[in-house]
Write a protein that binds this ligand. Structure first.
Ligand code: SF4
Length: 232
């Protein structure tokens, strides 16, 4: 089996909070977010035998207890992702996944086979703006992925699920409806960074989060990831 490979980080402490993980980047993504920071692996081809990727993961086992699949969009390569995740689980590693949620059946498959313990699901904007932002018909698929994750979280078949929201200045009013849609999941507010936008500061993101009445995690370039609790 071949994998369209995007890169490998032998040890990371930022891709799965609280875990030391290696990270496999799978190349290719059908979306076109204007702020994409993984543009170098957004397209193109670097086909590798799956065994080569599995050997990379194995080489990290002495320092990493988990593997995170990221991208690009890893679920674009569903069969390869399932194959790599199964190999990692057989090594005794925990498996995490970063996804934009546009392939809900792959998520269902991974969860159904008990091949993933953490999913970080991007919820990029309100449902009304979704297709325009991604330049793709994606909203219904992402809604399905969200439902899959919520169900799995509720029945215990998925240990951790984060809804990751990249928030830009001027779109602060989108957050309440996104927060409502993601009840039951951990909510991460990520500072949107792109040319032509002044990024929201940590304090500004906290101010937006204050009205939600819910704990969130806030990620900025300045402070990394910190917790925010409106009760404190
Ligand atoms: S979904 Fe992720 S990888 Fe794909 S274009 Fe958007 S930011 Fe880039």
């Amino acid at each position: 089996m071949h994998v369209n490979f995007g890169g490998f980080v032998p040890i990371s402490t930022v891709d799965w909070r609280g875990r030391a993980a290696c990270t496999v980047f799978l190349r290719g993504c059908p979306a076109r977010c204007f702020y994409c920071h993984n543009i170098a692996i957004h397209g193109g081809e670097d086909l590798r035998d799956a065994d080569e990727i599995i050997a990379m993961i194995r080489s990290s086992r002495t320092v990493a207890g988990a593997v995170v699949f990221s991208g690009g969009e890893p679920t674009l390569q569903g069969p390869a992702l399932v194959h790599l995740a199964a190999a990692a689980r057989n090594m005794g590693l925990s498996v995490g996944l970063h996804t934009n949620g546009i392939f809900p059946r792959v998520l269902e498959d991974l969860i159904g086979r008990h091949l993933v313990e953490m999913i970080a699901l991007d919820i990029k904007t309100t449902w009304e703006r979704y297709d325009e932002l991604l330049e793709l018909t994606a909203a219904d698929a992402v809604k399905q992925s969200l439902a899959v994750c919520k169900r799995a979280k509720a029945d215990g078949s998925l240990g951790t699920c984060q809804a990751v929201v990249t928030l830009f200045r001027g779109r602060e009013d989108d957050l309440p409806s996104i927060a409502e849609a993601t009840q039951g999941l951990d909510l991460v507010l990520q500072q949107g960074v792109a040319a032509g936008f002044v990024p929201l500061t940590r304090q500004e993101l906290e101010a937006v989060a204050a009205s939600l009445g819910r704990k969130v995690r806030i990620r900025t370039r300045e402070d990394g990831e910190v917790g925010y609790d409106p009760e404190q």
